[in-house]
Design a protein around this ligand. Structure first.
Ligand SMILES: Nc1ncnc2c1ncn2[C@@H]1O[C@H](COP(=O)(O)OP(=O)(O)O)[C@@H](O)[C@H]1O
Ligand SMILES: [Mg+2]
Length: 565
């Protein structure tokens, strides 16, 4: 579909408007409305004023023209009335002469008046008047010439003509074409004057109309700008409210449906647009975090599944070991008694029969009876020791693999620590010295299986750190110090310190994060301390801290409350 040029213009304007900030939108809206009001008023004043001035000028001109014309009319009328007095005064020559000189003065004044009119018409571009005067200029000049001639003829050489002669001269003057044309001119002058009066009236009307027009333009522009301001205000509020509504709707939908694939439409480039972009980023961030959390939970689940099955297996194996070991220990008592009895019997034989037959003597030598008598007892003691040790390990393993949280019990921390050390015996016997600074601490409420796990994780990490340091330094004396003490605030402190490789400052802030490990793949899981933190803080309401210095060693302190949560 092709768009019309008007449509593309309006689209362009819309896009430009969307690019403005809200503040700019409001300012532009008001500026346009106010601008139209001001421009309208100025234009109204200007246009009205121009029309008014024009009408006023026309009126002044028409007034002046009218005034001059009526003056001219008056002058001509006066001259004509004097002319009519000539005949009756023929008998009174003195008066007539005086009248004639007055008449001549009038003529001269009228000529001057005509000159003024001509000047007026030229300087003020009064074309009609100018044409009118030019048309009749000769008529007036000729008439005045004829008239002055008549007056001279009437009085020649200081004497008056005969009355009859005078009458005939006057008669001839009236009959002459110049006088006839002059009369016509007077007639046209009257018509012209009426026309000028009409112009005067028209100019008056135009002046009033100009004032009305001025008022109409001003009122019109104010009304138009008010209407435009209203439309703009509605449009602006709509363009601001519409994107906000869209953003809110999507935000609500995201929350309601927990659908983080949704995105807010970014319609404008103003503050609302920025809000939409930020919200989209937030939604994406939440989605990413949720995905990560899901993956983490999954990994933890797998790990704990593995631990549970391992724990079950361990418990089973420990149980299977304990039974035969008990059996051995139980029978060892009898074996020892029987051996003691047999040895006592042998001794009795030796004293009662000092010289036994030679075959008996030979056999006793062959089996090294004297050594056998001593070694058999040692052998039985060592079997007893081995059985006891095996039972101890098997019991520790059984305790340790009690993964079920079950109910909170009063746990002997020292038993827990010792059992864990027994299980770790294989790794410890490579030369790690264990220092036990056990204080007088009460049994604390907790989950024994989980506490075993805590100490197992901390001690395993300490052994790892010590082994790492031993690799580079064969003369190093590895040591683990376990301290328990009763602290303030009803807390039991368990400190597990080592003089191993230590933790860099940078890593110290990360060690409790899930999957953080510095150990090679397959050895480190990065779960030990994360699980430990969870057990101590969340399950027991305690606290765990770490103090470490690179190459010097590390000390973890577990704070366990003496009252259950
Ligand atoms: N006693 C310690 N000495 C030195 N580093 C330690 C000690 N305990 C923990 N760490 C560091 O913390 C990291 C995380 O430990 P942990 O959560 O148990 O995971 P993992 O043992 O599987 O690496 C270890 O990789 C190690 O870098
Ligand atoms: Mg670990």
């Amino acid at each position: 579909m092709t768009s019309t040029p008007q449509a593309s213009h309006s689209n362009l304007a819309k896009r430009a408007f969307h690019r403005l900030s809200i503040r700019q939108k409001i300012v532009v809206g008001y500026a346009v409305a106010l601008g139209i009001a001001i421009l309208g008023t100025i234009a109204g004043l200007e246009i009205g004023n121009r029309y008014y001035q024009k009408a006023r000028y026309q009126m002044i001109m028409a007034d002046e023209e009218g005034g001059l014309l009526s003056e001219l009319q008056g002058a001509f009328l006066e001259i004509q009335s004097h002319q009519q007095e000539i005949v009756p005064l023929l008998k009174q020559p003195q008066i007539l002469q005086a009248e004639n000189s007055k008449l001549l003065i009038h003529v001269t004044e009228t000529e001057k008046l005509l000159e003024r009119l001509q000047e007026f018409s030229q300087t003020n571009s009064q074309k009609d008047l100018h044409a009118f005067l030019e048309k009749h200029e000769m008529t007036v000049t000729e008439y005045f010439q004829q008239f002055k001639l008549l007056l001279q003829q009437l009085v020649s050489n200081g004497k008056l003509q005969e009355e009859s002669e005078a009458r005939s001269l006057i008669w001839q003057f009236y009959q002459n074409p110049a006088a006839i044309r002059f009369n016509e001119f007077i007639h046209e002058l009257t018509k012209f004057t009426i026309l000028v009066q009409e112009h005067q009236e028209q100019a008056d009307v135009a002046q009033n109309q100009a004032a009305t027009l001025q008022a109409q333009i001003i009122i019109g522009s104010i009304l138009f700008s008010t209407a435009l301001a209203t439309v703009l205000a509605l449009y602006t509020s709509r363009t601001i409210a519409h994107p906000i509504k869209a953003v809110t709707a999507v935000a609500k939908q995201v929350t309601k449906e927990a659908n983080f694939d949704l995105q807010v439409p970014v319609i404008t480039k103003d503050e609302v647009g920025e809000l939409a972009i930020s919200l989209n980023q937030l939604i994406q961030q939440v989605k990413k975090l949720l995905d990560e959390q899901q993956a983490e939970t999954q990994a933890r689940l797998i790990q704990s599944e593995k631990m549970i099955s391992l724990g079950k297996m361990l418990a089973g194996v420990a149980h299977e070991i304990i039974n035969p070991v008990n059996f051995i220990s139980g029978n060892l008592v009898h074996a020892k008694n029987y051996t003691d009895d047999i040895l006592t019997l042998l001794k009795t034989y030796k004293t009662e029969i000092p010289n036994p037959p030679i075959s008996v003597q030979l056999l006793a030598e062959e089996i090294d009876l004297e050594f056998l008598e001593v070694d058999l007892q040692k052998l039985l003691s060592s079997i007893e020791f081995g059985a006891d040790r095996t039972r101890e390990i098997a019991i520790s393993l059984k305790d340790f693999s009690r993964l079920d949280e079950g109910e909170i019990q009063f746990v002997d921390i020292h038993v827990c620590l010792n059992s864990t050390l027994v299980i770790l015996q294989n790794r410890l016997k490579k030369g790690i010295n264990i220092v036990r600074n056990y204080g007088d601490v009460p049994h604390i409420p907790g989950y024994p299986g989980l506490l075993y796990q805590v100490f197992m994780n901390l001690l395993s990490n300490a052994i790892d750190a010590l082994e790492e340091k031993t690799k580079d330094n064969p003369h190093f004396l590895p040591e683990i110090t376990i301290t328990t003490e009763l602290g303030d605030l009803n807390l039991v402190f368990v400190r597990i310190g080592d003089n191993g490789s230590g933790i860099s400052l940078e890593n110290q802030s990360k060690i409790f994060e899930t999957f953080f490990t510095t150990k090679p793949r397959g050895i480190g899981t990065g779960l030990g301390l994360a699980i430990t933190y969870q057990i101590v803080v969340e399950k027991h309401g305690g606290k765990i801290t770490c103090k470490s210095e690179l190459d010097k060693g590390t000390e973890f302190t577990v704070f366990l409350p003496m009252n259950s949560k």
